[in-house]
Every structure is written in structure tokens, then in C-alpha cells.
Design a binder for this molecule. Structure first.
Ligand SMILES: NC(=O)c1ccc[n+]([C@@H]2O[C@H](COP(=O)([O-])OP(=O)(O)OC[C@H]3O[C@@H](n4cnc5c(N)ncnc54)[C@H](O)[C@@H]3O)[C@@H](O)[C@H]2O)c1
Length: 338
């Protein structure tokens, strides 16, 4: 099998995981270059993974003719600039979610990608590539639960990693754009519809510093979709038990529930405290396989010359909805979507 030669930009929390996957776990890919503005970090990861082409400047990396495709895992605010640099240099692009930190930048990304129809683009909403979500989607497509009535989503980071969560918070873009955008993408994907009305609420229940970023540590939102399906999401940063991502789809003929108990294994621990299931303590562990599967899909898209899914328009739509959620949260008002 011909391997896709990928260069990665950004090897921080998630970029390191993608770099390891591209180098060692995705059969169709080869990691040929690493770039990070923090050059010491780039060198450290390159040494570990045996990569010799190391950069601090994304333009220099994209000028390397060996690089066929670029994985963008930098901070959200720089994604569109990185897409422009990579596509101008003729590289296929895998870009992490969210597409951008403003809707205007998302529209710029659409123009850049439309002007390069010969290049493949895929956005990294990895939950769509998680095995359980794929099984659920297949069952919905088979008609097993009838028509969708409600999609209910929980996404919580664990208290055990709160120090890292708080350090990341100022550059995250806030709960709705950073965390809830995964659920917004799932709601669009699972209902097959767009929200037409939404009301977001929340607050700073434990970590008051989120107020300084016009944010809440716990937020939620109720939506009505164009096809009248209902949706609800809740996002929190400090769940006592672990990393909890749960989704329920209620249909006219049945219900699907994904990861109601976010257990890290099938082991039940019985002790003087009762029966205990231990939970995932970080997102990288929970989505380990999904990150690999989505990168396999990206390589397959490039090999077969078909565009990736989710695409740039999914990126714009989810970003737009996330910003309307934030506006609704700040105004405490029910809003409609244009
Ligand atoms: N899909 C998911 O589950 C998931 C999870 C975490 C993060 N993310 C997304 O991944 C992206 C990165 O998040 P993270 O948590 O890894 O952030 P991070 O801050 O840990 O890492 C970002 C890295 O990019 C580098 N960087 C930033 N701007 C750069 C530039 N202009 N040129 C070169 N290098 C640059 C930084 O030095 C840093 O090492 C974000 O967009 C985030 O939303 C997605």
C-alpha cells in the first residue's frame, strides 16, 4: 500500500496523539515532517518518532516537496491561516475541530478550499468515527428506531485533569466553541437537520474564573431543529467521576444510548464501597481508536480522490451554531438561527 506522506503542524496535547497515530498506528500514513512554533517541542517529538524534517515555520514545512498532506492541530485561531498556507503549497489538509474561532474565518476557509478542488479536505470531528457512534448511525439508517424525536448529549471533562483544563481555557475559545461543538456536530449529524431555535444557559458553579472569559464552567442548551426534532446538550469541565461523553437518541420506535456509563474497561470492582466501574480520565484515552479511524479515512479519501466528511461547510455550520449558543448564554435569551 502506498503510504500518504503527512507533515503535522502543532504537536501539543492532541497533536502529539495524531503524530503518534500517523507515524505508528495508521497503516496508510507516514509521518515525514513536524512543525511547532515551540521548536523545542517539535524537536522532542521528532526525536521520539524518528522524524528528521523539523520546523518552527509552517510555510517552510509546506515548501518541503516530500510532504503530500498536512495535519493541522494548532490552536483554533490559527486553523484558517494554516489551511491557506498548506493548500497554497498544494497539500491535502486534515484540520482539527473547530474550523475557526469566528464565522467570518470559516467563510474564508470555504473560499480557500473551493479554489482548490483538486485537494482533499477533512475536518476532525472524530466522534463520527467512534465505533459506537458508527453502529448507532447505521441502526438509525436501517430505520431501527424510526424517526428521531430527541438527541440528548452530555460532555464533561474530569476534575482529575482540572489544572490542565484551566491552563487551556483562555486559548480554548470557550465551552460552546471548544467542547459543545462536538455535540452540536453530533446533533446535526444524528438528526439530519439544522437547529432553528436555541436557548443556552449555564454559570460558574465551581470555577468562578470562567466568568473572566465570558464563559461558564457548566453550560447547557435546548434546541428545536428544522424537522422539529428536539436536542439538548450539557457541557461541564469538572465531573467528579471522569471523562463523560454520553449520547441518547430517542426515536418513534426505539432509543439508542451510547456510553451511559463512561467505563474505561469491562471490569467491575467489588469492595466495601459496593460495585464500581472505573471511568476514562482523559479525552485522548476515550477517543484513541476514533482518532486512528478518522486518520485512516483521511488517507483513504486522498488515495481515492474523494472529499472528506465532515467537510468545510459542516465546520461553518457548527461554528455558527456554537456562537449563537454563546450569544444566547450571554443574553439569557431564546434565539433563532438565520
Ligand atoms: N477532536 C478533539 O477531541 C480535540 C481535543 C483537543 C483539542 N482539539 C483541537 O486541537 C487543536 C489543538 O488543541 P491542543 O489541545 O492540542 O492545543 P495545545 O495548545 O496543547 O497545542 C497546540 C500546539 O500548536 C502549536 N502552535 C500554535 N500556533 C502555531 C503556529 N502558528 N505554528 C506552529 N505551531 C503552532 C503550539 O506551540 C502548541 O504546541 C485545537 O483546535 C483544539 O480545538 C480537538
Amino acid at each position: 500500500m502506498k503510504k500518504l506522506k503527512i507533515g503535522i503542524i502543532g504537536v501539543g496535547r492532541l497533536g502529539y496523539e495524531h503524530a503518534c497515530n500517523i507515524a505508528n498506528r495508521v497503516p496508510g500514513s507516514e509521518l515525514v515532517a513536524i512543525c511547532d512554533g515551540n521548536f523545542a517541542r517539535a524537536k522532542e517529538v521528532a526525536e521520539e518518532l524518528g522524524v528528521t524534517a523539523v520546523y518552527s515555520d509552517p510555510k517552510e514545512m509546506c515548501a518541503n516537496p516530500e510532504v503530500e498532506a498536512v495535519a493541522i492541530v494548532t490552536n483554533t485561531a490559527s486553523h484558517v491561516e494554516m489551511i491557506q498556507i498548506a493548500m497554497d503549497a498544494g497539500k491535502h489538509v486534515f484540520c482539527e475541530k473547530p474550523l475557526a474561532d469566528t464565522v467570518e474565518k470559516c467563510k474564508e476557509a470555504e473560499k480557500i478550499i473551493e479554489s482548490h478542488p483538486e485537494l482533499i479536505f477533512m475536518l476532525g470531528f472524530m466522534r463520527r468515527y467512534d465505533h459506537s457512534y458508527q453502529v448507532a448511525k447505521q441502526k438509525m439508517e436501517n430505520g431501527d428506531i424510526g424517526d428521531v424525536i430527541l438527541v440528548r448529549c452530555y460532555s464533561q471533562d474530569p476534575i482529575s485533569i482540572i489544572q490542565g483544563t484551566l491552563e487551556y481555557a483562555p486559548r480554548s475559545g470557550g465551552q460552546f466553541i471548544d467542547m459543545s461543538i462536538h455535540d452540536i456536530d453530533l446533533i446535526r449529524w444524528l438528526t439530519g437537520s439544522e437547529p432553528k431555535k436555541l436557548w443556552a444557559i449555564g454559570g460558574c458553579f465551581e470555577f468562578k474564573q470562567y466568568k473572566d472569559w465570558d464563559d461558564g464552567d457548566n453550560v447547557s442548551c435546548l434546541m428545536q431543529c428544522e424537522n422539529d426534532a428536539m436536542a439538548f446538550f450539557f457541557a461541564g469541565r469538572a465531573a467528579a467521576h471522569g471523562s463523560h461523553v454520553e449520547t441518547e437518541i430517542v426515536g418513534t420506535r426505539g432509543t439508542l444510548r451510547i456510553a451511559g456509563v463512561p467505563a474505561s474497561s469491562m471490569v467491575e470492582v467489588m469492595s466495601e464501597h459496593g460495585v464500581c466501574r472505573e471511568c476514562y480520565q482523559d479525552f485522548v484515552t476515550r477517543w484513541h481508536d476514533a482518532y486512528i479511524t478518522e486518520m485512516e479515512e483521511f488517507c483513504d479519501c486522498v488515495a481515492k480522490g474523494r472529499q472528506g466528511s465532515p467537510n468545510v461547510y459542516d465546520g461553518t455550520a457548527s461554528t455558527n451554531i456554537a456562537f449563537r449558543c454563546k450569544e444566547s448564554f450571554l443574553k439569557n435569551e431564546l434565539l433563532t438561527l438565520e
